[in-house]
Ligand binder design. Structure first.
Ligand SMILES: Nc1nc2c(ncn2[C@@H]2O[C@H](COP(=O)(O)OP(=O)(O)OP(=O)(O)O)[C@@H](O)[C@H]2O)c(=O)[nH]1
Ligand SMILES: [Mg+2]
Length: 262
């Protein structure tokens, strides 16, 4: 199924307080074979991640940094990275977390699968061969529930639609109206998986072992969990055939008025 990828790839790494992880991650990514450039999107991390990113970029032309003024959310960081990737003509535009939950070693699998014809490839915990290491049971339950709701209510076929380890073919991101995506935080991942599939693009998944972060702190909070639930309900109601529902309602009320008039 896999073809060997070629062309230019961009890896977008959103960062907020990842000073313990960033330099090592960039080192590993830049050692991978192929033309893989990095874009670090840092939201003015208080721990100085932005300065570390600048120091790396100063020595490596394959690394660029986008500084934003403050914590603006994961979804908008991805969007900013996508725009950069499109403008600079990358063939494959990828995303991953900076905390080593996603192993750089798995990136070639994602790229090869995209080269084999998948428009969006997800590094997945929930397909055969995938695994989760070190996540607390509550996190597992939240992830499982969000995915189960996305499958049943939205019809998303990807098993792991909350995963941030992804590779998009540029054409997908060009075809989608990124400005119309409402979610700004973690829910963005569910919304993108839904929109990509609904637009008729082909999504594939390659197994990964997700390792819970050992350095730095998680940024996900209760509010993001509520937002994910809201996003699923919002997309569900948006996907309902409102025109047909309203037409059927009007037809029924007209029939009722006609009955009463007789
Ligand atoms: N630029 C930017 N990056 C963010 C923001 N929030 C999170 N990130 C980054 O997004 C990635 C995922 O965030 P994590 O805190 O690891 O979230 P998570 O993986 O769902 O949670 P854990 O499993 O607890 O690590 C990391 O690289 C973060 O540094 C944000 O508002 N802006
Ligand atoms: Mg993480």
């Amino acid at each position: 199924m896999s073809a060997l990828w070629s062309g230019r790839a961009l890896m977008i790494v959103p960062t907020y307080n990842e000073s313990e992880n960033l330099a090592r991650l960039v080192g590993q990514l830049r050692q991978l074979p192929g033309d893989i450039h990095l874009l670090i999107v840092d939201d003015n991390s208080p721990d100085g991640t932005g300065a570390i990113a600048d120091a790396i970029a100063a020595c490596d032309p394959g690394v660029r940094v986008l500084h934003r003024t403050g914590k603006l959310g994961l979804g908008t960081a991805y969007k900013a990275g996508f725009r950069y990737g499109i403008e600079h003509g990358y063939d494959y535009i990828c995303t991953m977390d900076a905390d080593f939950s996603h192993s750089p070693e798995s990136l070639p699998d994602l790229l090869n699968m995209a080269a084999a014809g998948y428009d969006l490839v997800i590094g997945s915990r929930y397909v055969a061969g995938g695994a989760v290491v070190g996540s607390p049971p509550l996190r597992k339950l939240i992830s499982y529930t969000a995915n189960a709701l996305a499958h049943t209510l939205l019809g998303v076929t990807a098993r792991d639609c909350t995963a941030g380890f992804r590779c998009y073919r540029r054409q997908v991101l060009e075809a989608i109206d990124l400005e119309a995506i409402f979610s700004s935080g973690y829910s963005f991942l569910i919304e993108m998986a839904f929109i990509v599939e609904r637009a008729g693009f082909r999504t594939g998944e390659t197994p990964i072992t997700f390792v819970n972060r050992t350095e730095g702190a998680s940024k996900i909070n209760k509010l993001e969990i509520y937002k994910a639930m809201y996003t699923i309900v919002r997309l569900r109601t948006q996907a309902l055939p409102w025109d047909r529902i309203m037409a059927a309602y009007h037809q029924r009320s007209r029939a009722r008025s006609a009955d009463q008039a007789e």
